[in-house]
Design a binder for this molecule. Structure first.
Ligand SMILES: Cc1ncc(COP(=O)(O)OP(=O)(O)O)c(N)n1
Ligand SMILES: Cc1ncsc1CCOP(=O)(O)O
Ligand SMILES: [Mg+2]
Length: 210
């Protein structure tokens, strides 16, 4: 079993130039399957500016960029897709806005019903979590790891695990069947810096004591 890393940006980016340098170094490792830009409580013009700035950093390294919450701005910037949650625009409306080629994922928390609904509607992936307490988002229910196994045994649509995932607990989720591991703080907040953080995940996932 294997899983890929779905990296999500920190929800605030105080110094864009410094972040782009860090992001470039992280993506140069070749260990990131896709990046989600997830800024919270910022005005549209800033979100657009950040997205337009990091898009070439991603695309020059063959890494798709997804925008959180806002398919309208994702299209405007030229992002490869978006991610929508249960309190955001619907998957159906996001698909209408972004078209058939976009990669659109849906938050399904700990719900088999929401996942089946999103899968049947045409979502490109479903996201389950939070599996562990998260320092990046507090208002999320804790999901049971068996939902990953249920999905992996039943469906071919990829599933993403999210929430408090670290180099130390990620193998549990991969063993359960997760295709992608969505992470924020374990990389951007790693004591050795984000490049060491992403490499630590890779080392842990390569360790084949599953
Ligand atoms: C890959 C992935 N999974 C879940 C989320 C959470 O989305 P949502 O529930 O809409 O919450 P916010 O991230 O918008 O606060 C996500 N962004 N990405
Ligand atoms: C966006 C989101 N949705 C559920 S938990 C979470 C935050 C994940 O961040 P971290 O990897 O730092 O726990
Ligand atoms: Mg959202």
């Amino acid at each position: 079993m294997s899983a890929e890393i779905y990296l999500i940006t920190p929800q605030q980016i105080p110094i864009l130039k410094r972040f782009c340098d860090e992001l470039s170094a992280v993506l140069d490792t070749g260990l990131v399957a896709c990046l989600q830009l997830r800024l919270k409580n910022v005005k549209d013009d800033l979100l657009i500016r950040v997205a337009e700035t990091i898009l070439p950093v991603c695309h020059s390294r063959g890494v798709p960029l997804l925008l959180n919450d806002r398919p309208d701005l994702a299209v405007r910037v030229g992002c490869d897709g978006c991610h929508v949650g249960q309190n955001d625009i619907s998957y159906e409306d996001a698909r209408m806005i972004m078209g058939p080629k976009a990669q659109i994922g849906v938050t399904c928390n700990n719900s088999r019903h929401l996942a089946m609904k999103a899968g049947e509607a045409g979502a490109d992936y479903v996201a389950f979590g939070a599996f562990f307490p998260s320092d990046s988002k507090y208002d999320v229910p804790i999901a049971s790891i068996d939902i990953l196994t249920w999905w992996a045994e039943l469906m071919t649509i990829p599933c993403v695990a999210i929430g408090g995932i670290t180099e130390h607990n990620c193998k549990l989720l991969v063993r359960a069947g997760s295709d992608f591991l969505a992470v924020i703080n374990a990389v951007w907040g790693h004591h050795g810096g984000p490049v060491v953080g992403i490499k630590a995940f890779d080392l842990s996932l390569k360790d084949n004591e599953y």
